[in-house]
Design a protein around this ligand. Structure first.
Ligand code: UN1
Length: 526
């Protein structure tokens, strides 16, 4: 991608408090001196020698100054009328559309998802802009009558303040847009620590926002990588009263830590965490459809979606037939260069994701399991990239660690059930509750499934992944803290209700005490 090559010459963006630096430039030393921090490279996971850029980790001092600048910007940004703010969101959607192909190719180059999926990633952000551009003319509150005369009652949505957010690299445009589009629309200011795996994509995300007309310091990017660095220091900003609201998409373990810090400071973070998503195939299902869907849900994005398939639960009556169909499709599946249109999946996002995945193969697969796919592990013929083989593990039981561990890679389990009751028990037993799916033609099964499955999102005769932006996105149990992104529901994350009562009577009227209620005639009998 041309634009991408050019950007390596751009070396520093001080106004965001984040740093992007070119290897070998003298400014690198300056950044090192100022931050005492490390720097990191963004590499193409399909061709490791292809370095997209070098980035510096923002220091504690920089984080603080960025948050303080954002706090100041909040004072004016919150006063911009919401339809005007929405106009900027509309512009952002237009610019994303104009740059869709270039941005999609950058996503694929930087984190390895197939180009078709990268276009979907950008489209999801465009959809989000379209949805919230209209919300600028709603942000509805209520008017309600008072129990006292000459008194008016209203409710308003008010912005929260400085919103800090850490996102993952698997959806580097869609997921940030789920947070920042509504957060900005509602009048908040943002400080973003994007994934270390997609800094250049994040840079362009921010650049497009600014080109849409956003005022200075309203949106800020802090690059960073690794434990004991920018991300952790940003979380500490909650303790220092630099941040009013935190958002995080990533692992349950990190989500718990953020939840603890926020809880201590009486804040409710927005947490979108892991999943071990079940898909049930009943005896009456369309097996052709269900097997195509399992392949996509398990191996699309190389299994690196929080909505990817974890446990495939097959009714005993169709188990063998289904697996035959599925394995035939796996055998034909194309894995390789993610820029190609016909690829099911490309490389793992980064070395870390690949080594975690290989570690899971070593530690979670036990002698009683049967691996239905061969070979397994890293692909030898594609050594230059972070490619791994797909893995399907059969004969998984509820006591097995692999049943309830999120594996985040092209791997899923097969379990067998006798009836729907058992399928639901297996689907609900992992402790997670993000996405789920059932394949059946039976309306009674569907009704029972909807009632009893504990997951924030469920699909009927569709894959567990593939959420649309105007439905609530989020999970139960270990998948989050009950918060929901997307659609109108996310407004509750980025606004607080204010109740206003306006007394025009000119005297002190006491609610409850001076309200003139009418007594019934209690002596009356029929
Ligand atoms: C994620 O993996 O964090 O429903 C988000 C889906 C996508 C979003 C996934 N639309 O799979």
């Amino acid at each position: 991608m041309e634009a991408c090559k050019k950007i390596q010459l751009v070396y520093i963006f001080r106004s965001w408090g984040g740093w992007m630096i070119k290897k070998g430039l003298s400014v690198l030393t300056r950044v090192k001196e100022e931050t005492g921090a490390t720097r990191f490279e963004s590499k193409n996971p399909a061709i490791l020698s292809d370095v997209l850029g070098v980035f510096g980790c923002a220091s504690k001092k920089q984080i603080e100054s960025v948050c303080l600048a954002a706090k100041k910007a909040f004072l004016t940004w919150k006063k911009v009328p919401p339809p005007v703010r929405a106009g900027i969101i509309h512009n952002f959607g237009v610019l994303l559309g104009r740059n869709k192909e270039a941005l999609s190719r950058l996503i694929t180059r930087e984190m390895g998802k197939p180009i078709k999926e990268a276009r979907g990633d950008v489209q999801e952000a465009i959809d989000t802009c379209q949805f919230f551009a209209g919300e600028g003319r709603r942000l509805y509150g209520m008017t309600t009558p008072s129990e006292l005369p000459f008194k008016e009652l209203y409710t308003y949505r008010r912005p929260v303040g400085v919103f800090a957010c850490i996102t993952a690299g698997n959806f580097p445009v869609a997921v940030p847009s789920w947070y920042f589009v509504p957060a900005l629309l509602c009048g908040n200011v943002c400080v973003w620590k994007p994934s270390e795996d997609t800094p250049l994509t994040s840079y362009y995300f921010a650049q497009l926002l600014y080109k849409s007309g956003l005022p200075k310091n309203v949106f800020n990017v802090l690059f960073g990588k690794g434990a004991g660095s920018t991300g952790e220091w940003l979380i500490q900003g909650v303790e220092k009263e630099l941040i009013d609201k935190f958002g995080f998409t990533g692992s349950t373990a990190v989500g718990v830590r953020i939840g603890e810090v926020c809880g201590r400071n009486l804040q409710q973070p927005c947490l979108e965490l892991g999943g071990k998503n079940p898909m049930v195939v009943m005896e009456d299902a369309d097996l052709e459809l269900a097997s195509t869907s399992a392949l996509w849900a398990g191996f699309g994005t190389a299994g690196q979606r929080c909505t990817s398939l974890g446990n495939l639960i097959l009714h005993g009556a169709i188990r063998d037939k289904f697996l035959k169909l599925l394995l035939a499709k796996v055998a034909k599946m194309k894995i390789g260069d993610p820029m190609r249109e016909d690829i099911v999946y490309g490389p793992m996002i980064s070395e870390k994701f690949m080594s975690n995945f290989l570690g899971f193969l070593d530690t979670l697969i036990k002698p009683h399991h049967k691996i239905l796919t061969k070979p397994n592990g890293r692909m030898k013929n594609l050594k230059d990239g972070l490619y791994v083989y797909p893995t399907i593990v059969d004969n998984v039981k509820p006591k097995d660690e692999i049943y309830f561990t999120e594996t985040f890679g092209p791997i899923f389990n097969v379990m067998t059930c006798k009836n729907l009751g058992e399928a639901i028990r297996l689907a609900n037993g992992t402790g997670y509750g993000l996405a789920s799916a059932i394949y059946t033609q039976n309306p009674n099964y569907i009704y029972q499934w909807k009632e009893e499955i504990s997951s924030g999102m469920t699909s009927i005769n569709n894959s567990p992944s593939g959420a649309e932006v105007h439905l609530p996105f989020g999970g139960n149990g270990k998948s989050g803290n009950g918060s929901r992104l997307s659609g109108i529901w996310v407004l509750d994350q980025f606004t607080r209700w204010q109740a206003v009562n306006w007394d025009l009577s000119g005297k002190l009227q006491l609610a409850q005490i001076e309200t003139t209620y009418i007594e019934p005639d209690l002596d009356y009998k029929i």
